[in-house]
Design a protein around this ligand. Structure first.
Ligand SMILES: C[S@@+](CC[C@H](N)C(=O)[O-])C[C@H]1O[C@@H](n2cnc3c(N)ncnc32)[C@H](O)[C@@H]1O
Length: 304
């Protein structure tokens, strides 16, 4: 059993890492072992349908390449044409100032071009995390508590080029060996293995009528996802093809976890990682190829 889950103290330390926002009291949940899916999130009291269970701020986030100039560097809120810097507010600028300055020192065009042509999004999160580590806004161990994916040797081989590009971009920008000492191939593989099964693809639910019109026009040519992000507590939610909770984003990268139906104290809270309207075989293939597991939820076990 992971050292993190030996006793009450361990749970408190998870909450303190969770960056929960907008809450005055701890959320009505706890992280503990489930019967069939490793660690999971459980209700500590009855939660009513539609209730906001908690909110969460990301540990690391990065806009998709097609959204880079259109959304806030930090929170993904749509930028106005009057914004000179890639921030929607002074608060976001202050929050990300140190790692934004680090990121800005390097020329990312070759790295971005490679990610664009190969259709890669996860290396962008590693790039952002690396900038945060260099700036002391994160540590190399930041994602260690999250479950890693099992990567095949082919996958690891494919990472070589993006890893080398990331290193050379920092080196070409004048970062010293000491500053990027953490950036070993093994560190890169470990981080990507965690990003692979724990990152969320962010699609914003839009607030204003203007936003909805703009989005309708943009979605004809761009992908719907505005970016990707990793959170602490939301990463412990297991999957169910008939979930009792869901995660949503309204106007920014800050996540809201909501109950889809009444949930009893002690019940596990589960979200759906994929499109639940697909049939049994399609769901199984996607969950196995994308997340590396055979779903054991009640709906799958009844062959629905
Ligand atoms: C995002 S993590 C969820 C938290 C994870 N259980 C942990 O201990 O950190 C996703 C992983 O949890 C496990 N998992 C989630 N939902 C599952 C399910 N319905 N059936 C079996 N395993 C599941 C799989 O190992 C999957 O790769």
């Amino acid at each position: 059993m992971s050292g993190l889950f030996r006793g009450r103290k361990a749970l408190v330390s998870i909450y303190s890492k969770c960056n929960l926002s907008g809450l005055t009291s701890p959320p009505p949940i706890e992280v503990r072992f489930s019967e069939s899916a490793g660690r999971g999130v459980f209700a500590t009291r009855r939660i009513g349908a539609g209730e906001l269970i908690h909110t969460a701020k990301p540990i690391v986030s990065h806009p998709s390449l097609s959204s880079l100039d259109k959304v806030c560097y930090f929170c993904f809120t749509n930028l106005k044409s009057s914004n000179l810097l890639p921030f929607c507010s002074d608060q976001c600028r202050q929050h990300s100032k140190i790692f934004y300055e680090t990121e800005k020192q390097a020329d990312w065009s070759a790295f971005h071009d490679y990610c664009r042509t190969q259709g890669l999004k996860y290396p962008l999160l590693v790039k952002r995390l690396a900038c945060m580590i260099i700036s002391d806004a994160a540590t190399p161990e930041t994602l260690d508590v999250l479950q890693p994916a099992t990567l095949s040797s082919e996958m690891i081989l494919l990472m070589e080029k993006e890893y080398q590009l990331l290193r050379s971009t920092f080196k070409d920008a004048g970062f010293t060996d000491e500053q990027i000492a953490f950036l070993s191939k093994q560190w890169y593989i470990n981080v990507l293995a965690r990003i692979r099964i724990n990152s969320f693809r962010i699609e914003l639910a839009l607030g204003s009528y203007e936003d909805i019109l703009l989005s309708a026009a943009a979605s004809v040519e761009a992908e719907a996802a505005v970016g990707n992000a990793i959170y602490m507590l939301p990463s412990f939610y297991n999957h169910d093809c008939d979930p009792n909770a869901h995660i949503l984003w309204i106007e920014s990268v800050n996540a809201k976890l909501k109950a889809l139906r009444d949930i009893e104290a002690g019940e596990e809270l589960r979200i759906c990682y994929i499109d639940a309207s697909m049939d049994h075989d399609a769901r199984h293939t996607i969950l196995f190829e994308g997340f590396g597991f055979h779903c054991k939820c009640a709906r799958c076990m009844s062959n629905d």
